[in-house]
Ligand binder design. Sequence first.
Ligand code: ZN
Ligand code: ZN
Length: 75
Amino acid sequence: MSAGGSSAARQVLPVGMVSTCIGCGCDDTHGCPTGCQWLRVDRESGDGICSECGNLVEAWDHNARRGKALRPAHG
Ligand SMILES: [Zn+2]
Ligand SMILES: [Zn+2]
């Protein structure tokens, strides 16, 4: 009697989901004209901070400490 456990499929993010900068509103597909990159990004919530909004990183990190630790994309 081999039990056939139903394997729970991992939830996959829908294709096309982008992260949006909480500072200026740019996202993966519509970046700043200067060509920004993510300083912080949370792919789960879809929030991020781009290199044009570096002044928000401190606040982001401060908030992150209260919850889960967020790792920068570059590090
Ligand atoms: Zn920004
Ligand atoms: Zn940007």
